[in-house]
Design a protein around this ligand. Structure first.
Ligand code: AMP
Ligand code: MG
Length: 330
């Protein structure tokens, strides 16, 4: 299928991907069509061995070699200057290319058999939460892709960290499992794109895809920030008020706090002590809320030590940056 320019959905360690031959302009175009994705939102090229990178970039900086040594295969995407082998359809018209080697045996075998260069965004309909199960891919893309490889539940559950190595100083364009500290431990100074934390109206991030409202559940979602007791009290108040108006309310709490909620459809995202669990469960829970036709979601915030930036980035986007402060008086 890949060799003839078609689409295959496949598991990776981050989320499910929707793959096509990255060096085939029309094949990449099919990805945008199937996802309903804006064509200026570039794709990540997945490779299965480091040497293969030579064909698709014009220059391999030392930092790329070191990062690949440390984190590939794994959830790190690097932005490098693209070679002529890569069509602009794959890079959304940009002169740079995003490259990653996934840590998943099925993905690596598929890339190898499919010609070595597989462009793949997440295998969801544009704007929906990324798929962490093959069933999620099927929900979104049935009838639009000839093959979905089912590799069970993914390991990590949020998308790769993206680092831009074409700037003077390496710049994180999207936070992920690999944190800033892990990166700077290998290559020294690393910066974070200020656009990441900002509301998209105010600041345009450098990674083109970051300007779109990704990861969005159907319900209106609000993050409630503050100390544990205040957050629970605030969410209980908000839930009561919404239910009085006939709304169906979903609440995202944790193992430690789920018992604090009196009403609503309460789900635990995992233990506050286990950030990997929180990342792993987030998109599945958002999809479950979609299925149960929840109107409003109130969620706690999770400032976890290592992946906190990545988790809060995804949650802010899902919530369209609607944050309620529980500690404010009045
Ligand atoms: P997805 O495949 O949905 O996980 O998204 C891929 C993301 O990678 C895009 O939305 C961009 O934010 C980013 N990306 C891909 N290629 C480039 C590039 N050449 N320059 C900057 N960001 C890129
Ligand atoms: Mg995506």
């Amino acid at each position: 299928i890949l060799q003839s320019g078609g689409l295959v959905a496949f598991p990776t360690e981050t989320v499910y991907g929707l793959g096509a031959d990255a060096l085939h302009a029309q094949a990449a175009a099919k990805i945008y069509q199937a996802k309903g994705r804006p064509s200026d939102n570039p794709l990540i090229i997945h490779i299965c061995c480091f040497e293969d990178i030579k064909k698709i970039v014009t220059h391999i900086p030392q930092a790329a070699v070191r990062l690949a040594d440390a984190f590939w295969p794994g959830p790190l995407t690097m932005i490098l200057p693209k070679s002529e082998a890569v069509p602009y359809e794959t890079t959304g018209g940009m002169d740079t290319v995003a490259v990653r080697m996934p840590a998943n045996r099925t993905a690596l075998a598929l890339i190898r058999e499919g010609g070595g260069y597989i462009a793949a965004p997440s295998a969801n309909t544009s704007g929906r939460p990324s798929p962490t199960l093959a069933e999620h891919v099927y929900e979104d893309l049935k009838g639009k892709v000839p093959l979905i490889l089912d590799g069970g539940a993914v390991g990590i559950g949020i998308e790769s960290t993206i680092i831009d190595l074409t700037e003077e100083a390496p710049l994180i364009l999207r936070p992920g499992y690999i944190s800033l500290d892990m990166l700077s431990g290998v290559i020294g100074e690393v910066h974070t794109d200020p656009g990441i934390a900002a509301d998209r109206q105010n600041c345009r991030p450098k990674a083109p895809g970051m300007k779109y409202r990704h990861y969005a559940p159907k319900a209106a979602m609000f993050l409630v920030e503050g100390t544990r007791e205040r957050v629970a009290a605030k969410i209980n108040d908000l839930t009561r008020a919404a239910m009085r108006k006939g709304k169906k309310v979903g609440i995202i709490g944790t193992e430690e706090t789920a018992g604090d909620y009196e009403q609503g459809y309460v789900v635990s995202i995992g233990s506050r002590q286990e950030e990997e669990e929180i990342a792993h469960n987030l998109y599945r829970i958002l999809r479950e809320f979609d299925e149960s036709d929840v109107d409003i979601i109130y969620s706690e915030c999770f400032e976890t030590p290592r992946m906190g930036q990545a988790i809060s980035n995804r949650m802010l986007k899902a919530a369209g940056h609607q944050v309620i402060e529980a500690d404010e008086s009045g």
